[in-house]
Design a protein around this ligand. Structure first.
Ligand code: NFE
Ligand code: MG
Length: 457
């Protein structure tokens, strides 16, 4: 049991940025930015434009990395049979529908995507010193001065990644959407969506008023409603933690109780105004479509649905989640090119700050997998309490005290399974959420058993 929130207690507040990144190797940048924004708000500072833009660029590179690895390495093999050798076997068998020629092409893209992923990592590292766990994000900005050589080194890589997204990733998602058309009718979750919004476009201190590329918003049974962070609680009725109070993250507790009766998971159950919410690319896209805040994205969604022979109502599905992720990646990769040109090389990228003796703050941001919140309380200049509510905790949440299931649990209800010993249908539904149990569960089993070893050349 890792207990990150306990590790942070009594430490220097700035330590939250490097430490929370270790929650995960796939989405560390989101933890870095969420904790930096948490400290920005507690310290009452805002980064200058360069700092804001560079955080966005590091974050954007990490979104592209994460979405590409999700589609090619984590999902594609649910639909495409790889070669008869590790790591493509062992696998669930059955229901592979593509002709050999298409399968070979997609496996080529699987291999190609590793190179593209390297480029996205290099892009992030240019402005962060290293990746996955970045070293340059600090309160009130970043430490890396933006030089012209960094901007150009970033730009040519971005152009290559953009070509891959436009010419390979998106067409491949559309191919699967056509061939596995029935999955556009499967995997609908709870009908409520939540996005905290991501990629700051101005330096407004109040997060709810700050302009963001993907804006903060919520859909309640399909209808747009405002977000009030005070309505977020975490419940623990069915989780292996002490008690079952519904606590705001400001007051949250993380006391493990592995013997708790009736509990079945290490995940808490986040609820907004008492309701579960789906988070992630589909939530961001749904929120943007609801108020047409991203008309370019709206058009691309309409086109992609038409190309796949689908309608708007099919978005809330397994296929819809893959489409939303790919189209979001395409939009982010385009906008990153514009941000790069907004950098001003001889201007500062951070400002000074002072750690207050006592303060509270929170950072609401988006990780590739959805809404990410960090909450801090500082007393005596040290961390008195720190809570992180990560995207997969929303999506994979257990039932709450009223017995209402979380989004992934709801999305599985009613899914037809042909052979319960080989339930590939369920794997496809669950993986469309891109769950990261490492982020959410914080549990590792010592003395685990080795299932197979692979050598990657
Ligand atoms: Ni381990 Fe993470 C993302 C965060 S998911 S990947 O995206 O935050 O819970
Ligand atoms: Mg937590």
């Amino acid at each position: 049991y890792r207990g990150f929130e306990e590790i942070l207690r009594d430490r220097e507040p700035e330590d939250a940025i490097p430490i929370t990144q270790r929650i995960c190797g796939v989405c560390p940048v989101s933890h870095a930015v969420a904790s930096a924004q948490c400290l920005d708000s507690a310290f009452a500072v805002m980064p200058p434009d360069n700092g804001r833009i560079i955080r966005n660029l590091i974050q954007g590179a990490n979104f592209l990395q994460s979405h590409i690895v999700h589609f090619y390495q984590l999902s594609l093999l649910d639909y495409v049979r790889g070669p008869q050798s590790p790591p493509f076997v062992p696998r669930f068998e059955g229901d592979y529908r593509l002709p050999d020629r298409n399968e070979r092409e997609l496996i080529q893209h699987y291999l190609q995507s590793f190179r593209v992923r390297i480029l996205t990592h290099e892009m992030a590292a240019l402005f962060s010193g290293k990746i996955p766990h970045v070293a340059s994000i600090v309160p009130a900005g970043v430490t890396v001065p933006p030089t012209v050589d960094k901007v150009t080194a970033f730009l040519w890589r971005l152009n290559e990644v953009r070509s891959f997204i436009d010419d390979v990733y998106l067409p491949d998602v559309l191919t699967l959407a056509r061939v596995y058309r029935d999955y556009a009718d499967l995997g609908r979750s709870c009908g409520h969506f939540l996005s905290f919004g991501v990629f700051d476009l101005d330096n407004e201190p109040a997060v709810a008023r700050r302009k963001r590329l993907f804006r903060m918003g919520r859909l309640k049974a399909g209808k747009p409603v405002p977000v009030n962070p005070a309505k977020i609680v975490e419940e623990t009725r069915f989780a292996w933690y002490e008690g079952d109070a519904a606590l705001s993250p400001h007051k949250g507790e993380t006391k493990p109780a592995p013997e708790k009766q009736g509990a079945y998971t290490w995940l808490k159950a986040p609820r907004y105004d008492g309701e579960p919410c789906e988070v992630g690319p589909l939530a961001r896209v749904m929120v943007a479509l609801a108020d047409n805040s991203l008309p370019e994205l709206g058009k691309a969604i309409g086109q992609a649905l038409a190309d796949a022979g689908l309608e708007q109502r099919h978005l809330d599905s397994v296929v819809g989640r893959h489409l939303a992720r790919a189209l979001e990646a395409q939009l982010i990769s385009r906008v990153m090119g514009q941000w790069l040109l907004q950098i001003r090389p001889n201007e500062p990228q951070a400002i000074d700050f002072k750690v207050p003796k006592s303060a509270e703050g929170y950072g609401l941001w988006e990780a590739p997998r959805g809404a990410l919140g960090h909450w801090i309380r500082i007393t005596g200049g040290k961390i008195a309490n720190y809570q992180a509510v990560v995207p997969t905790t929303w999506n994979a949440s257990p039932r709450d005290s009223r017995g209402v299931a979380g989004p992934i649990e709801q999305s599985l209800l009613g899914t037809p399974v042909k052979d319960e010993k080989n339930p590939f249908e369920l794997a496809r539904v669950v993986r469309s959420f891109d769950p990261c149990i490492a982020c959410a569960v914080h549990l590792a089993a010592p003395g685990g058993r080795t299932r197979a070893s692979f050598q990657l050349v």
